[in-house]
Design a protein around this ligand. Structure first.
Ligand SMILES: Cc1cc2nc3c(=O)[nH]c(=O)nc-3n(C[C@H](O)[C@H](O)[C@H](O)COP(=O)(O)O)c2cc1C
Length: 392
């Protein structure tokens, strides 16, 4: 029986245990730079026992942000990132940077045109997007590699490449969003080319200095989007390329079906109230039930899908999605997953890993109300925990 709380290797990296804090955009970078608040946020999970925490969504280009406050990787960000990585290391955990480009999920802030595989009108940026030509695609690949080098220089132990949720690379994988007929669209191998080129370029750039993982959709959960059979073929190619140390398996589309990522109660009115733009607020009030659909929550709600990937692949896999109690963490190990990633469970209980290590029957105190989701527009938190602490 694999002990989730014993040290484990992730590529060149040795983690103190097999738990990873999943990326949850923090809303703590008002000037797109590291703050003490962001450092404290991650130091708390490190103190709470996680093997590795993940700094959410560090964009590889300014137009690749989902909102203007989001950090993007540039030399100016490095001093703050160095302080952050040192603070996490001081608590005994490792730290990963999630690197990505939002593609169709970008907000088009500061009049920057979102980049998508094929031209479309972005419902989030409310404007027409740009289709990158081959030279632009090469620049996007290079931007991922440069961001990874910056992360290694800033003391990160790993980078997690964002290949999910219909962000840019996931949008290239989607037959719905990618209608190109050049070498980056059309057949599945062509749609997968950008993901493979990015993984290889990042690995070549960082060598064995840090671990390289990717967070990849098993399905978009959208009619016409990436389906499990095709995602499975993509993961086989990624495995045979040998550039990645692990794959974190996710699902859903931040653009078209966000609740598929989460399951649980859709926070429709809270989301509508939190949206920064009046036009988006009005749109969400009308389209809310179709956009934020309800998927019943159950522990390890992505496990049925993930098992198919576990059976087909030999590379290390990270199980994500409703893995936030002691029994489910152990179950993930018993099902052959090398690591688990926890999002909402840790927002609710930052020292959950320490608690589970002490008591394997530790329960999940997250209610999956998903009220943490709309808090990303101000400062991400679990409102249930905040209310509890205010009352204490
Ligand atoms: C408030 C919040 C913010 C999130 N931000 C990100 C993000 O920046 N990048 C990402 O890949 N996933 C993000 N996610 C999704 C989580 O990483 C994870 O995939 C999802 O919450 C399911 O895991 P869980 O059941 O352990 O919460 C976010 C989730 C929440 C709740």
């Amino acid at each position: 029986m694999t002990d989730p709380y014993a040290p484990a290797d992730l590529g060149p990296l040795r983690l103190r245990n097999r738990t990873i804090k999943a990326a949850t955009f923090e809303g703590r970078t008002p000037d797109a730079l590291v703050t003490d608040d962001l450092i404290d946020f991650h130091a708390e999970f490190a103190r709470g026992g996680v093997g590795m925490t993940t700094v959410a969504y560090c964009a590889v280009a300014p137009e690749g942000r989902t909102e203007r406050r989001q950090l993007w990787m540039r030399p100016e960000a490095v001093p703050g990132l160095l302080r952050l990585t040192a603070a996490v290391h001081a608590e005994g955990a490792a730290v990963s940077a999630q690197l990505g480009h939002a593609g169709p999920v970008a907000d088009g802030a500061e009049h920057r045109t979102p980049v998508t595989p094929s031209r479309m009108v972005s419902p989030l940026a409310l404007r027409r997007t740009a289709r990158p030509d081959a030279a632009h695609v090469r620049r996007l690949v290079a931007a991922h590699a440069e961001a990874a080098v910056l992360a290694a220089d800033a003391g990160f132990d790993a980078v997690e490449l964002h290949f999910g949720h219909n962000y840019l690379i996931s949008a290239f994988l989607s037959p719905l969003l990618n209608r190109r007929r050049d070498g980056y669209g059309g057949s599945l191998p062509a749609r997968a080319r950008l993901a493979r080129e990015v993984a290889i370029a990042v690995r070549e750039a960082v060598g064995d200095r840090i671990a390289v993982t990717a967070k990849l959709n098993m399905t978009d959960g959208v009619p016409g989007g990436l389906r499990p059979d095709d995602a499975l073929r993509v993961t086989r190619w990624l495995e045979s390329d040998g550039a990645l140390d692990a794959l974190e398996l996710t699902a859903g589309s931040s653009l078209l079906n966000p609740m598929y990522l989460f399951h649980g109660t859709p926070p429709r009115s809270e989301f509508a109230a939190a949206f920064p733009s009046p036009a988006l607020r009005a749109g969400l009030r009308v389209a809310g039930p179709a956009f934020l659909r309800a998927y019943p929550y159950r522990p390890a709600y992505l496990l049925d899908l993930a098992r198919r990937f576990r059976a087909a692949l030999s590379m290390p896999l990270v199980l994500l999605g409703g893995v936030s109690d002691g029994a489910t963490v152990q179950r993930a190990m018993d099902e052959g997953f090398e690591f688990v990633a926890l999002g909402r469970g840790l927002l609710r209980t930052p020292d959950l890993v320490r608690r589970m290590a002490a008591d394997p029957h530790e329960e999940d105190r997250c209610t999956h109300c998903n009220l943490c989701m709309p808090t990303i527009y101000r400062r991400t938190e679990c409102p249930v925990r905040t209310a509890e602490e205010a009352g204490a």
